[in-house]
Design a protein around this ligand. Structure first.
Ligand SMILES: C[S@@+](CC[C@H](N)C(=O)[O-])C[C@H]1O[C@@H](n2cnc3c(N)ncnc32)[C@H](O)[C@@H]1O
Length: 249
C-alpha cells in the first residue's frame, strides 16, 4: 500500500483519514474561535470571496450548493445569507462532531429550512450524480487522503454547467511575507492551539499539511484532469490562500 503525508509524517494512505478525524474531533468545539484567532479574522474575508464565486442567485430561482467538508456550517450560512429564497445548501462532512455543532448552530440561527447535513466522505459522496448547481470546499481538500477521488466525486455530483469552487491554503511567494508567515505558522499557531483548543499537535498538523498541499498551478492541473473546464485560480492575501474554480461543461 502506498504512503501519504500526515503533516510532516509519512503514513500509510489508509491511515490518514482516521488521524485527520481525530484532529477535528478534538478541536470541534473551539474550531470557529480558533479560525478567528489564527487568521486575525481574515478567514471571514476569504470566505466572502468564496461566496462571491459561488454566486447564489438573488431571486427565487432554485439553487442547490453542496458544501463539502462544511464542518460547523460557516460557509453554508454565508451562502444562504447571500442568496435568494431558492438557495439551499447541503453540508457534507466526514466528522459527526463537526456536523453536530453545525446542526446546533443552524437551529439557533434559523437556517434549518435552507441547510441540511449529511455525514459522508469527500472521496465517496452519498449523493446522486448531477444533482447540484455548485460544489464548494473550504479548507477541506487538503485533509482528504486521495484528492483525485474527491475531485472525481465533485465532477460526478455536479450538473452540467455546475461550478466547482475551492478555497484552500496556498503558497506564499511574496519576499519578506514568506519568512514572516513561516515564523507565525510554526510558532504562533501551535501556541494558540495549545492555549485555546488545548491541542498544539492538532494545530501543528494544520501548518504542516498546508506546506504539503500542491502549489496552485499543480492543483489547477489536477482539477482539469478530473474533467473540469475553464479552470482558474486566484491567490489571495499574498498567496496565504487561493481560490480555484472550474466548470462541468
Ligand atoms: C479545516 S475544517 C473546514 C471547515 C469549514 N469548511 C470551514 O471552512 O470553516 C476541515 C473539515 O474537513 C472535514 N474532512 C476531513 N476529511 C474529510 C473527508 N475525507 N470528507 C469530508 N470531510 C472531511 C473535517 O471533518 C473538517 O470538518
Amino acid at each position: 500500500m502506498s504512503d501519504t503525508h500526515f503533516g510532516d509524517r509519512q503514513v500509510p494512505l489508509d491511515a490518514k483519514q482516521a488521524l485527520v478525524d481525530d484532529v477535528f474531533h478534538k478541536v470541534a468545539r473551539r474550531y470557529d474561535l480558533m479560525n478567528d484567532l489564527m487568521s486575525g479574522g481574515l478567514h471571514r474575508a476569504w470566505k466572502d470571496d468564496l461566496v462571491t464565486a459561488v454566486n447564489p442567485p438573488k431571486g427565487a430561482a432554485p439553487f442547490h450548493l453542496l458544501d463539502v467538508a462544511g464542518g460547523t456550517g460557516d460557509v453554508a450560512f454565508r451562502v444562504v445569507d447571500a442568496g435568494g429564497p431558492g438557495t439551499r445548501v447541503t453540508i457534507a462532512d466526514i466528522n459527526a462532531e463537526m456536523l453536530s455543532i453545525g446542526r446546533e448552530r443552524a437551529t439557533e440561527r434559523g437556517y434549518d429550512e435552507a441547510v441540511s447535513f449529511v455525514e459522508g466522505n469527500a472521496e465517496a459522496l452519498p449523493c446522486r450524480e448531477r444533482s447540484f448547481d455548485a460544489y464548494s470546499i473550504a479548507f477541506g481538500i487538503r485533509n482528504v487522503p486521495r484528492i483525485e477521488r474527491a475531485l472525481a466525486e465533485a465532477y460526478r455530483v455536479l450538473k452540467i454547467g455546475g461550478h466547482f469552487v475551492c478555497l484552500e491554503f496556498s503558497t506564499v511567494d511574496v519576499p519578506g511575507l514568506d519568512a514572516l508567515y513561516d515564523l507565525y505558522s510554526f510558532n504562533v499557531i501551535p501556541t494558540l492551539g495549545r492555549i485555546v483548543a488545548e491541542d498544539a499537535d492538532a494545530y501543528r498538523y494544520l501548518v504542516e499539511s498546508i506546506r504539503r498541499f500542491p502549489r496552485p498551478k499543480v492543483f489547477a492541473a489536477m482539477i482539469e484532469a478530473a474533467g473540469f473546464r475553464r479552470v482558474s485560480f486566484r491567490p489571495i492575501s499574498g498567496g496565504i490562500v487561493a481560490l480555484h474554480s472550474g466548470w462541468r461543461l
